[in-house]
Design a protein around this ligand. Structure first.
Ligand SMILES: [Ca+2]
Length: 94
């Protein structure tokens, strides 16, 4: 069973963390940066899960996440909703 990445990312999400994820300092997180961030936090995840999670967060569909976008999903997501999100992400697996 996969750890709940959504809940764990949410638990430690100050702005400084976002900045550290944004390795090219573009002010936005790309899929690659996101994937690296998840790995750096020591969270077990397949690239496919990361991609789906990223696409889920990326409501505007521009391939990048800004701080507001991420914050809304991570910090404003109650624990029970984080579970629902992970369930959905895992279920989408093919
Ligand atoms: Ca960036």
């Amino acid at each position: 069973m996969q750890d709940n990445i959504v809940a764990k990312l949410r638990d430690g999400f100050p702005y400084g963390l976002f900045m550290s994820w944004d390795t090219d300092h573009s002010g936005k997180i790309t899929k690659d940066e996101f994937e690296r961030a998840v790995a750096e936090m020591g969270l077990p995840s397949k690239p496919s899960i990361c991609h789906r999670l990223f696409d889920f967060f990326d409501k505007t569909g521009d391939g990048e996440l800004d701080y507001q976008e991420l914050y809304r999903h991570l910090v404003d997501t109650p624990a029970h909703k984080a579970d629902a999100v992970m369930k959905k992400i895992n279920k989408a697996k093919k």
